[in-house]
Design a protein around this ligand. Structure first.
Ligand code: NAI
Length: 303
């Protein structure tokens, strides 16, 4: 099996919907499935609403109207058989091992042998995800860790395990590079992979130092942006883009996963501003605003 002509994304939340849109924008047909909402008359309402949101997203739609025609929506109860036509299945459901594994068991009964299956997990080790699954499933399984929003974040971390077929990794990596325009980085199966492990420490440090020095976010980003190799956004703009809630989520999960003597076993520093922002819904572009809107409304200082 060589090319990826049709993909499926399971889980039509923030990441799954964004990944499906990015695949469709690249001109590839994609099936987007989610659960059946309780008591709903429309059994595929979650995936359908996700497509509507993608077309309306601000400041720019995540998907063109033309690309939206390539997205077929459905649900995991009625449409699972359609996975048999797909060459790559991306799982982007909630971050729970039991939910992901129950889904993999179902996928394994319908997928064609050789169909790549990947998880978008940010924190669950690959070894745990495939534990108890069939040998064939393990050969075709990898982690493809996209960043939010998938349309604009170029990095894609790929994690393979000792059982993963190198041909599967190559097929998905080539598609991600050539069709999706991603910069693919192969990572070891370690907590936080590379970007979250290093990036969140660095974001936390930036907030703390800007606070200590009384800088505006613009002043901090004018140094931390282009001169540090981060195009346009700078570090505060980047946090607005990926979601401010991601930082404590990742730092705390690294703290849980790593031994006490590991330098990354730090958790969140005492930065009440981040907690207050999340509580008020100021989680960045996906929420009511972030550092930049807070900065405009609040008079200029990181406070
Ligand atoms: P989300 O909560 O926005 O969406 C999850 C979706 O999965 C929901 O629509 C839910 O109804 C659906 N779902 C739950 N169980 C299901 C099942 N059995 N079958 C089909 N659909 C099911 O979550 P989000 O943020 O999109 O995260 C998804 C995955 O991506 C998680 O593993 C997360 O750790 C990872 N991730 C999240 C990032 C983020 O910035 N939000 C960044 C990178 C990775």
């Amino acid at each position: 099996m060589s090319e990826i002509r049709k993909a499926a994304v399971i889980g039509a939340g923030v990441m799954g919907a964004g990944i499906a849109a990015h695949i469709a924008n690249a001109g590839v047909e994609v099936l987007l499935l989610d659960i059946v909402p309780e008591g709903a008359s429309n059994r595929s309402a979650i995936a359908e609403k996700a497509v509507e949101r993608l077309l309306k997203a601000e400041p720019a739609a995540f998907m063109s109207k033309r690309a939206a025609k390539l997205v077929k929506t459905g649900n995991v109860e009625d449409d699972l058989d359609a996975l048999a036509d797909c060459d790559w299945i991306v799982e982007a459901v909630v971050e729970r091992l039991d939910v992901k594994q129950a889904l993999y068991k179902k996928i394994d009964t319908v997928r064609k042998p050789g169909t790549a299956v990947s998880s978008n997990t940010s924190t669950i080790p690959l070894a745990a995800l495939i534990d108890g699954l069939s040998e064939g499933f393990g050969r075709d399984f990898l982690i493809t860790h996209f960043f939010n929003p998938p349309r604009y974040m170029r990095l894609l971390e790929i994690v393979s395990g000792p059982a993963t077929d190198p041909a599967t990794v190559k097929r998905v990596s080539t598609f991600a590079d050539v069709k999706l325009g991603k910069t693919v980085v192969n990572c070891k199966d370690t907590p936080g992979f590379i970007a979250n492990r290093l990036g969140t420490q660095w974001m936390q440090l930036a907030v703390g130092e800007a606070f200590a020095l009384g800088l505006t976010v613009e002043e901090a980003d004018s140094v931390m942006g282009r001169p540090f190799g981060i195009p346009k956004t700078g570090v505060f703009g980047l946090m607005d883009l990926v979601g401010i809630d991601l930082m404590p989520h990742v730092l705390n999960s690294l703290q849980r996963a790593l031994p006490k003597d590991d330098p990354f076993h730090k958790g969140t520093r005492d930065l009440p501003l981040i907690g207050e922002m999340i509580e008020s819904g100021l989680t960045g572009r996906k929420g009511k605003g972030g550092f930049y809107r807070l900065n405009r409304d609040g008079g200029g200082k990181v406070k």
